[in-house]
Design a protein around this ligand. Structure first.
Ligand SMILES: *Cc1c(COP(=O)(O)O)cnc(C)c1O
Length: 223
């Protein structure tokens, strides 16, 4: 199956309210162009430099999503063009994104990354952290960021019950946060689900899935 075939196959199964992010990290521009020519316009990368390089080489109607852990000192490189930052897990990072967005006269959309997995290896804030940020006056003054939802990653496991529990937890945190009324919080997106678990994620309320290997094939980190 080609990249275009994979993409079309996945898209044909998705409900209309679910957005597909094609996760293209480590893949060459030629592979991304194959997806682009099949109609894909949203790409997800997890390294800022790699995303900047691909952005420079590719058509400008692409929406670039940063799905990886973000280092504060690198926000400036993506601030001119990034369309959604999924992995925001602390207030200082929001402040920096706000500052860099202001320099370009932009409002940058962000998702708060919640820690839903039992594994310690996963980044993310607690529900209490997210509430504290969204209800703070300092947050409401960040005019150049818009928090549009939440993101989470389930534990890396074959145990479907556990994954389902973690996805359901993220959906329920989203539903709780939704009632917070502050101008730069417009909750609509729940980013959860990857190649191995996106169907389950959709059943649990996901509105945005991040799919890499099912579109582009397995990644090879050694080259
Ligand atoms: C790599 C990655 C994905 C995609 O993983 P696949 O299993 O290849 O679909 C999704 N989300 C994040 C945060 C990732 O780093």
């Amino acid at each position: 199956m080609s990249i275009a075939d994979n993409l079309n196959q996945i898209k044909s199964t998705l409900p209309a309210h679910v957005t597909l992010v094609a996760v293209s990290k480590t893949k060459p521009v030629a592979d991304l162009m194959e997806a682009y020519n099949a109609g894909q316009r949203i790409f997800g990368e997890n390294k800022i430099q790699e995303m900047v390089d691909k952005h420079e080489q590719m058509p400008k109607d692409i929406n670039w999503h940063m799905i990886g852990h973000v280092q504060r000192n690198k926000v400036k490189y993506m601030a001119p063009f990034v369309s959604l930052i999924h992995g925001v897990d602390n207030y200082k990072l929001l402040q920096e994104i706000n500052k860099q967005a202001a320099k370009h006269d932009r409002v940058i959309n962000c998702l708060l990354q919640l820690k839903i997995a039992e594994e310690d290896s996963k980044f993310g804030m607690s529900e209490a952290d997210a509430k504290a940020i969204l209800t703070s006056e300092a947050f409401s003054e960040l005019k150049n960021i818009q928090v549009v939802g939440v993101m989470g990653m389930a534990t890396f496991t074959d145990d479907e019950d556990q994954i389902q529990k973690e996805f359901t937890r993220l959906k329920s945190i989203f539903d709780t946060l939704k009632s917070i009324d502050t101008p730069n919080f417009t909750p609509k997106t729940i980013s959860m689900g990857m190649s191995g678990d996106y169907q389950l994620a959709i059943d649990c309320g996901s509105t945005m899935i991040r799919v890499g290997s099912s579109i582009f094939g397995a990644r090879n980190y050694s080259n």
